[in-house]
Design a protein around this ligand. Structure first.
Ligand SMILES: Nc1ncnc2c1ncn2[C@@H]1O[C@H](COP(=O)(O)OP(=O)(O)OP(=O)(O)O)[C@@H](O)[C@H]1O
Length: 444
């Protein structure tokens, strides 16, 4: 195929280095290599980008459903096809395939280049890309329950109704409040937030409603409260269930009359503020316990919004991990391009009691402690690495085992975790390096 002089000249290169140089050159093009069983062996960064994936793991398993399967019709063919991207949207492409054969002329691999076809009836970008429906004003989710929440936010934002957001800590309640503000006609006004659980009753009262000079010792001048400063905008009352009963009466008055009297004052102040409140508790239960006014509950929950915890929308874990990794990639000298499958499994199995905030912290931790382009399980915070120890150990510390017992424990852990080295090492409480050394020592 090549002229002789070029073939001769090529001899001086190490083949792997030559391939690497070519792969780097073609990195932006969407192309991939399959073996004779149509298993994807390699896909270019350009292909991942075209299809909207962060890693190649998904593609490797799902050749046929995504339309990546190759037809063998000759040594080089071009055909029209459609492939599916990560959002399930079809992309029309031209597939140019070249087959490679081994020494006995048997086909051993195929290389395929995809060229997206531009539909001249549509704007080119729209044939391939779609607005990201999984990012709603900074709230990232692909869960149907959250997409229903997006719809409620959109509808509620168009009204002046008071909204009550319920969800566990770190699940995104403040983001919901911000989205409502952004989408409402008040978006040029202020958005202010306060956590009702963070202050004592008297401080909270003065923070919310302000005070006049001399109202109490230390009140040396007038202080305008959050209600006054949020005038024309939105006030987010987080942990509203913790609001003391005496302040609940004052809040009810603002909601009903749209005015209030500052601490120590004698004149009421009119305000136009939209309230979005949030709680991780059931307000109904608080009412039953006598801790919350029933009339205020009904005033607050005109539009109730429930945010499911992260463990009930596991489809979001991967999406959010990559969202935060992308943010940190842009800011850090470290670039994570892949999550090790063992680490991913641990993250997917985790219960996420701190929800999205905790997931973000995990990504930050990995950037702080790890190096390289792969996020590995050893870079997860300690609580993720404390996997149940193998029963093979009989609760005996490893240091007390004889070499035979230690070898048996390693063998058992390897078989228990089907050769997944990270998980087996974790289960035995060993670092990867120690685990590797011991396997070598015992010939395992
Ligand atoms: N769906 C999401 N997409 C992107 N970021 C999110 C999402 N949910 C939460 N976060 C991020 O997680 C963190 C916690 O979110 P937020 O403060 O809105 O939670 P919260 O429910 O109000 O928590 P708390 O009740 O503890 O105050 C923030 O940094 C927020 O940006």
């Amino acid at each position: 195929m090549f002229p002789q002089h070029f073939s001769d000249w090529l001899q001086q290169f190490v083949p792997l280095e030559l391939y690497q140089a070519l792969f780097a050159l073609l990195a932006d093009k969407p192309w991939y290599v399959v073996d004779k069983y149509q298993q994807v062996k390699y896909c270019s960064p350009g292909l991942l980008q075209l299809l909207g994936y962060e890693t190649d793991e998904f593609l490797v398993q799902r050749v046929a459903p995504l339309g990546l399967e190759l037809d063998f019709k000759g040594l080089k063919t071009t055909s029209s096809a459609t492939v599916s991207n990560a959002e399930g949207i079809s992309i029309s492409v031209a597939k140019t395939t070249s087959w490679l054969s081994g020494q006995d002329a048997e086909i051993i691999a195929g290389i395929c280049l995809l060229t997206p076809r531009v539909d001249s009836s549509k704007e080119p970008s729209k044939t391939i890309h779609k607005p990201n429906k999984d990012n709603f004003h900074g709230i990232i989710s692909r869960s149907p329950a959250m997409h229903a929440v997006f719809q409620i936010i959109e509808n509620a934002a168009a009204t002046t109704a008071t909204v009550l957001v319920r969800g566990e800590s770190g699940s995104g309640k403040e983001l919901v409040a911000r989205a409502i503000h952004q989408l409402s006609t008040r978006n040029s006004g202020p958005f202010l937030a306060i956590n009702c659980a963070a202050l004592s009753s008297s401080l909270l009262e003065s923070e919310l409603f302000g005070h006049v000079r001399g109202a109490f010792t230390g009140a040396v001048k007038d202080h305008s409260g959050l209600f006054q400063r949020a005038n024309g905008g939105t006030l987010f009352l987080d942990e509203v269930a913790e609001l003391p009963l005496e302040l609940q009466a004052k809040l009810l008055r603002v909601l009903q009359e749209r005015n209030y009297i500052p601490v120590g004052g004698d004149r009421s102040i009119n305000v136009d503020v939209r309230i979005v409140a949030a709680t991780h508790r059931s307000l109904r239960e608080q009412v039953r316990l006598g801790e919350f006014r029933e009339d205020l509950m009904y005033r607050l929950r005109v539009v109730p919004i429930f945010i499911p915890p992260l463990r009930e929308r596991r489809e979001d874990i991967n999406l959010l991990l990559w969202h935060f990794i992308r943010l940190h990639n842009a800011e850090n000298f470290r670039r994570i391009e892949k999550i090790d499958p063992a680490a991913m499994q641990i993250l997917l199995d985790y219960a996420w009691p701190g929800n999205v905030r905790e997931l973000h912290n995990v990504v930050e931790y990995a950037f702080a402690v790890g190096r390289g382009t792969v996020l590995r399980s050893a870079e997860l915070p300690p609580e993720f690495r404390e996997l149940p120890r193998s029963p093979e150990l009989d609760d005996k510390p490893l240091a007390l085992l004889s070499p035979e017992q230690e070898a048996d424990a390693i063998r058992a852990a390897l078989s228990r975790y089907q050769g997944k080295l990270n998980l087996a090492a974790n289960a035995l409480g060993m670092s990867r390096a120690t685990f590797w050394r011991k396997r070598k020592l015992y010939g395992l």
